[in-house]
Write a protein that binds this ligand. Structure first.
Ligand code: GSH
Length: 358
């Protein structure tokens, strides 16, 4: 409620409404109403599986929103002004924007309490949901597109086999309760996968009828992807593999449960240990901005940095350097004017994401 008073001024209608609140639940109800009054817009393309993730999340939460259809392959100036990356989905609320489908899902979940939750409350459980959402983004989705793009039959079969392995890995991480990834309720991991799972039938000449994640294993069998398991060429320490099947560091282990992928580790540390120092802001829109720019560092700045190091020819190196500089400029334009850190006076997640490569 306070954030509405801050945003609309001390003499605003919010301030008046507060006087009528008799309990925290009254305050919460009014906060929900006010949130709904500030129009939420979804810039979407009906055919886009990434945009469908945000769309499903909004529908499932039962949130009021305005649907705006855009063609992301024919970008208008207005659309680029809303999302400079020119991709759908984009959410706009209160003249601020959120993009990247996974960040949109978390924003939708955090910004409005409708009684339906897409992520669990417990920090360790939240971290697991992020780990598997990230697995879908980095392993399942790219392999799916690889299969579609492959021209040669055996390469296609190889990629199909890889997809099957990834889906099996994901299925093993599912709650044994089912029918959804985390148990009885539809959540973020399901929403990340569903728009792709419904397209798996493209890979099996229409043999698969199954649509939802609920029936993922049936879906796998129908795909007829039971090919041979491919062996890892070099085995990293067995114990380490048992801790993190992706065999990457860093890994956090607590109570025999593991958290990996560096941005997920940062969010987990922030949520699990309330020490008085925060790495991410509490406000859902501010959190989403931090996630957007952390993602920008992971997906744009870090790859450009490594490209620059790997380039052999001087001109290629200069090209990569120029790209890196442009990206750093884009990032610095998004910084708080208060400085010295990304979001202002306190050191936070975006700074941590960047600091080691500077
Ligand atoms: N990583 C993004 C991917 C979004 C994306 O690739 N959307 C496609 C449509 S399906 C798009 O906007 N493409 C426009 C372009 O590539 O210029 C997300 O998860 O939101």
């Amino acid at each position: 409620m306070d954030k509405f008073v801050d945003r609309h001024g001390k003499n605003s209608v919010c301030n008046e409404l507060i006087k009528f609140c008799k309990s925290p639940s009254d305050e919460q109800r009014i906060a929900i109403l006010l949130w709904e009054m500030e129009k939420l817009q979804l810039y979407c393309s009906w055919f886009c599986p990434f945009a469908q993730r945000a769309w499903i999340a909004l529908e499932h939460k039962g949130v009021e929103y305005e649907y705006i259809e855009v063609d992301p392959y024919n970008k208008t100036k207005e659309f680029l002004a809303i999302n400079p990356r020119g991709l759908v989905p984009v959410l706009v609320k209160d003249n601020r924007t959120v993009y990247e489908s996974s960040i949109c899902i978390e924003f939708i979940d955090e910004a409005l309490t409708t009684g339906v939750s897409l992520l669990p409350k417990d920090p360790m459980d939240r971290a697991q949901v992020r780990i598997w959402s990230d697995f879908i983004s980095k392993r399942i989705v790219p392999t799916f597109y690889q299969i579609l793009q492959m021209q040669e039959k055996d390469k296609q079969e190889e990629a199909k086999d890889k997809l099957l392995q990834h889906l099996l890995t994901l299925t093993k991480a599912m709650s044994s309760e089912g029918p959804y990834f985390s148990g009885k309720a539809l959540g973020m991991v399901d929403i990340m996968l569903i728009p792709f799972a419904i397209r798996f039938n493209i890979l099996s000449n229409g043999q698969v009828e199954v649509v939802l994640f609920v029936v993922l294993s049936v879906c796998l069998e129908s795909m007829d992807c039971t090919g041979t398991q491919r062996r890892r060429t070099h085995i990293i320490k067995q114990e380490f593999l048992a801790i993190n099947p992706r065999s990457l560091i860093p890994v956090l282990v607590q109570d025999n449960r593991t958290v990996y992928e560096s941005p997920i580790c940062i969010e987990y540390i922030d949520e699990a240990f309330q020490t008085g120092v925060s790495l991410l802001p509490k406000d859902p829109m501010d959190r989403a901005q931090v996630q957007i720019w952390s993602d920008f560092i992971s997906k744009r700045i870090v790859p450009s940095y490594y490209q620059m190091l790997q380039m052999q020819r001087k001109e290629q190196q200069n090209e990569a350097k120029e790209r890196l500089l442009q990206q750093l400029l884009t990032l610095s334009k998004a910084m708080s004017p208060d400085g010295p850190y990304f979001t202002g006076e306190a050191f936070g997640m975006v700074d941590i994401m960047l600091i080691l490569i500077l």
